[in-house]
Design a binder for this molecule. Sequence first.
Ligand SMILES: Nc1ncnc2c1ncn2[C@@H]1O[C@H](COP(=O)(O)OP(=O)(O)OP(=O)(O)O)[C@@H](O)[C@H]1O
Ligand SMILES: [Mg+2]
Length: 306
Amino acid sequence: MSSTIPAMSARQMSLDLPIVSASRLVKVYGSDETMVRALDEVDVAFQTGSFTAIMGPSGSGKSTLMHCLTGLDRATSGQIWLAGNRLDSLDDTDLTKLRRDEIGFIFQSFNLLPTHTAKENILLPLNLAGRRADKQLFNQLVDSLGLTKRLNHLPSQMSGGEQQRVAVARALVSQPKVIFADEPTGALDSKNSTRLLEYLRDASTLRGQTIIMVTHDATAASFADRALVLADGHIIDDIADPAHHLTAATVRTWDTSRAPGVPEVMVPEVQTTTLSQLAQATGTPATSPARAYSPVGAYDPNQGAL
Ligand SMILES: Nc1ncnc2c1ncn2[C@@H]1O[C@H](COP(=O)(O)OP(=O)(O)OP(=O)(O)O)[C@@H](O)[C@H]1O
Ligand SMILES: [Mg+2]
């Protein structure tokens, strides 16, 4: 008699191994009286295909955690593993390559190039890496993010929400294994916010991508399957199924310092960035065709990825 092993879904199997993890992670900024211990012995692991919300009051270390986990910022001590690589064993070139190949990062402050249109910004990291975008995915992405009619606009000609969606498309178009998103809905209205969160949830459940998303918003966190709560550089709670176990009232209690009437979701200052900063942040090694894109004004996206 033959025995049948129950079929496991790809998601179940992939959930066995953490794709991102950190052990005793410490990040200290400054020294003496200006010293801030932004992360204090943090142990954390994220399974492949999971969708985690990182929550906690302003200044609790959420962005610092994201920046350290991606190698954008070097940790003071502790160990970090990302897609099978120990980050502190990699030199800058390998680290940059790892970021380029495995990670999409949606920055809290968007980091768009002011001289580039929406389309150019979205495709820039792929072009810098000498890769082509999947045309169907690109069209689907800009359509689902409501950007189709804004592709030829410069950041200065777009609203904050539109710029945020461009930053989202830029992070997703390369189909990275892990998507780090720092307040990705901070500047979005509820309709666009819901669309983006559904997209991220599908990326996790249907495509096995791992999502690590900072949010102050209980509704946004309800799309995730786990919420980690940071306070003063420590993880103080790990909540399974936040849709059922987290309320807006609970979120408010974490930030007792916030004055009455100040909104829970702070829209970040919109910042732009330079080509070299973006190239570094999105993972373009020094040896890549990135150098061919100087001067920036000569860049023609139509000769690039699409
Ligand atoms: N480059 C830096 N130099 C010095 N201190 C810093 C630096 N970046 C962050 N900090 C400090 O580290 C702590 C954690 O900052 P972080 O940006 O990670 O907070 P956060 O949880 O992301 O806050 P928010 O919700 O406001 O974005 C804060 O006290 C902050 O002032
Ligand atoms: Mg932050």
